[in-house]
Design a protein around this ligand. Structure first.
Ligand SMILES: *Cc1c(COP(=O)(O)O)cnc(C)c1O
Length: 360
């Protein structure tokens, strides 16, 4: 979260907009809360340049619930195509298999532990939709291009890269993001869906009411109580993004940060980045030390484990948090979301350099 936003929220904690109430105390149907959700939607439409034939929905259940809602709502002929680029893709595929008759994994990068994004040709076939994970939070990869799918709606999980750089919404039928990585505290999931994809009648029998896009679209995301405070915080983050140059401003900031870190990694003989050039994420940067390229003996593995643990512990002591890598990649991972400053990245690199010299 940007510090300015946290400070603003702190100042309004007991009295928001002269209402004498905290946002936490407002009724979601009150005249006090209405402008908050309306403004949040207006700003997201503006900064993402969302056309009027797309609905913006504020839902709950995280991106993980979308893994099921997407096939449940988009099923027509019963066939979907997925690209497997890591953990979150796999989870999405597993859910889709429960509701679709056929799920084709049309490409995968599993052969190299998901360190790259496959190059796919124009997708054709009688698919109801094509699903991709645009930024792979754990593997540290990002699609450097938008695949061609013709008339087949393209669906993308943008949980960990939303508004990190400009994205052409018109190329997608549906975009979704758990807001907690780049936009807000946990609790709200954003769904941006082209109106013609919202089914009149649910294709899957007995779909729970809460899992129907139509219900949320027709009720302005107020079929039940929305996560009011999270939506209020998201509105503030969106205004911060707008004030800092919008999606273009974020791209400039994020490219500067990522370039600084990758340049250091690429020129280091102690560390190396795991993601291949051309597929690298702007947001999540996994890296290993030279101790990872070893003979695989128990002794060598123990040495690597000890170095990684030492790195994370000493980093924390230097106020550099959350650097432990995911177990599927190992090593370390720096998540440098929108709110992270270039100064933060420079502090990380300075620490890394000191650590490398002390442990060479
Ligand atoms: C974090 C994450 C998820 C899971 O999000 P939840 O909101 O916790 O369900 C899904 N996809 C991606 C790409 C993520 O980074």
């Amino acid at each position: 979260m940007p510090e300015e936003v946290l400070k603003e929220a702190a100042a309004e904690m007991l009295d928001c907009n002269g209402t004498g109430q905290s946002v936490m105390e407002m009724s979601h149907r009150s005249s006090a809360f209405e402008p908050i959700i309306e403004e949040c939607e207006a700003v997201i439409r503006e900064v993402m340049n969302i056309p009027s034939n797309y609905k913006v929905l504020f839902l709950q259940g995280g991106a993980s619930t979308q893994f099921a809602m997407i096939p449940m709502n988009l099923k027509r002929k019963g066939k979907a195509a997925y690209v497997n680029t890591g953990v979150w893709s796999k989870k999405a595929i597993a859910e889709a298999k429960k509701y679709m008759d056929t799920v084709d994994v049309i490409a995968t990068s599993e052969d190299k532990n998901f360190c790259y994004i496959p190059k796919i040709e124009k997708v054709t076939g009688d698919y109801d939709y094509v699903h991709i994970t645009f930024n792979n939070t754990i593997m540290g990869t990002k699609w450097g291009y938008i695949p061609e799918t013709g008339d087949i709606p393209l669906v993308a999980d943008i949980s960990s890269c939303i508004l990190s750089e400009p994205l052409d919404v018109t190329k997608f039928g549906l975009l979704y993001a758990g807001a907690q990585k780049n936009l807000a505290p946990a609790g709200v999931t954003l769904v941006i869906i082209r109106e013609d994809l919202i089914p009149e009648e649910m294709p899957v029998a007995n779909t729970p009411t809460m899992l129907q896009y139509k219900v949320h679209a027709e009720n302005g995301s107020m079929y039940n109580t929305p996560p009011c405070y999270t939506i209020y915080m998201m509105g503030k983050v969106l205004k911060w993004i707008k004030a800092n140059g919008g999606a273009e401003g974020m791209a400039k900031r994020n490219n500067e940060k990522a370039d600084y870190l990758y340049n250091y990694l690429d020129n280091s003989d102690f560390y190396h980045a795991t993601a291949e050039k051309g597929s690298r994420s702007l947001m999540n940067v996994p890296f290993l030390t030279k101790y990872s390229t070893n003979d695989g003996s128990e002794e060598a593995k123990a040495k690597e484990k000890a170095i990684n643990a030492k790195f994370v512990k000493e980093a924390e002591a230097a106020d550099l948090m959350n650097l432990k890598g995911h177990r599927l990649v190992g090593g370390m991972r720096a998540s440098i979301y929108n709110a992270m400053s270039i100064e933060g990245v420079k502090a990380l690199v300075a620490f890394m350099d000191k650590f490398a010299k002390e442990n060479a």
